[in-house]
Design a protein around this ligand. Structure first.
Ligand SMILES: *Cc1c(COP(=O)(O)O)cnc(C)c1O
Length: 400
């Protein structure tokens, strides 16, 4: 196996590595390589790769760009959103005490070490969010119930030991019955508690700070199409304290110069991106897929908006028994085909999945339409009606 191939090779890196040539219609998924990195970011990464830089100065430059795009007072780039959450929480605990930073995560004596989160916000994005809290040395104080949080649940959870409130904006959270960001901020701020927002996959770079958040964390590799990274922005004192965690727990979450430069370039590219043109291409793909599924017994399809109001629609595909597929069975059949099509399957147990148009290379939308029609007109595989089981057997086999 040769990984590197000079220009002119007629193989692709996926072929040389024996990786399946998947088409991703599931969204910006870590498990599938996060995003298609924009050319501006790739060029910046390549250009800085062979240069020495003073990392604090690189992060100073990043702070300027992050501040310009988000409206924050300062900002920095880190390994990913999950690490940004841990760093923001650790910063709220230690302030700028360099000794306290080295004492984390296990020695929190004298530090505020509780983080309030609405119960319906305790999500799993590949790992449980409360682990990002625990990594800082803090503990999670859940407020309210799965379906309802009232103001008093948060207000009365605040104590002297409260370091921060954490507010999650995502399709993963319970989408009703939770406090709004404004209500959450009002309650926390009345007691001097800073609010950290996890906005990992939100397109709105300014709104959460504008609505009262003190520090907001984004992924660089989701809608921004940067390299794997996280972006922290907000109040300067909190951002500074979070940044200093690079001398502590965040040492184990190190980001390199290439990803910092790549994320900066992705932010710049975002400012100039042809958002309208991209939206039109996405809509064309959705309509193509919807048409391809017309008139197939037991299959329904509807274009639906993003649950957290990002400017992105998806196709919801309803799979009823008359199709002689279950939603899980059809998703598996598409993933097992050639080329493999990976759909957004986090709700298959409810009899549907989604097709996300935001990560397509030219020509792939047509292949997806063709593959769906082919699979739905072919003989059913043995597991066509399989139920959606949470099966980790495949996961546990790695590296075999
Ligand atoms: C993806 C996601 C994360 C994790 O982001 P990474 O940058 O991959 O660490 C955190 N929170 C939410 C809501 C997410 O969707």
């Amino acid at each position: 196996m040769t990984i590197y191939s000079a220009n002119g090779s007629n193989t692709t890196i996926r072929e040389r590595l024996g990786l399946r040539p998947i088409i991703n219609v599931s969204g910006t998924m870590t498990a599938l390589g996060a995003s298609i990195i924009v050319p501006e970011a790739i060029a910046a990464m390549s250009e800085i790769a062979s240069q020495w830089v003073e990392m604090d100065d690189l992060q100073r430059a990043a702070s300027t760009i992050v501040a310009r795009l988000t409206g924050g007072e300062a900002g920095f780039i880190t390994a990913c959103c999950a690490s940004g959450i841990t760093m923001a929480i650790a910063g709220a605990m230690t302030g700028t005490s360099l000794l306290a930073i080295e004492r984390l995560p296990d020695d929190t004596e004298g530090l505020k070490s509780e983080v309030i989160v609405q119960l319906g916000h305790i999500v799993n994005y590949g790992a449980p969010i409360d682990q990002s809290i625990r990594l800082a040395g803090a503990s999670t104080v859940p407020a309210g119930t799965v379906s309802v949080t009232q103001d008093y649940h948060v207000r009365e959870a605040i104590r002297d030991r409260t370091a921060a409130g954490l507010y999650v904006v995502a399709h993963h959270t319970v989408q009703y019955g939770m406090l709004s960001l404004e209500e959450f901020c009002e309650i926390c701020h009345a007691r001097g508690v800073p609010v950290i927002v996890d906005a990992a996959s939100e397109y709105d770079l300014r709104g959460f700070l504008a609505r009262g958040a003190d520090i907001v964390v984004y992924s660089g590799h989701k809608f921004l199409s940067g390299p794997t990274s996280g972006i922290v922005t907000g109040r300067k004192d909190l951002v500074r304290a979070a940044y200093f965690q690079n001398r502590g727990v965040a040492r184990a979450m190190k980001i390199g110069k290439e990803s910092i430069a790549g994320t900066m370039a992705a932010l710049e590219a975002w400012e100039k991106r042809d958002h309208v043109g991209i939206r039109q291409r996405e809509e064309a793909a959705l309509n193509l897929w919807k048409d391809a599924l017309q008139g197939i017994a037991g299959i329904g399809a509807e274009i639906i908006p993003d649950p957290t109001a990002n400017p992105l629609n998806r196709l919801q595909v309803f799979v009823r028994p008359e199709s002689r597929f279950s939603a899980a069975g059809l998703a598996s059949a598409l993933a097992a085909g050639s080329p493999p099509i990976i759909v957004r399957n986090h709700e298959v147990e409810r009899g549907h999945f989604f097709l996300d148009p935001c990560n397509l290379h030219p020509g792939e939308a047509e292949i997806v339409a063709e593959r769906m029609r082919a699979v739905l007109s072919a003989e059913r595989p043995a597991d066509a009606m399989k139920s959606a089981r949470k099966d980790t057997a495949g996961v546990l086999r790695w590296p075999d």
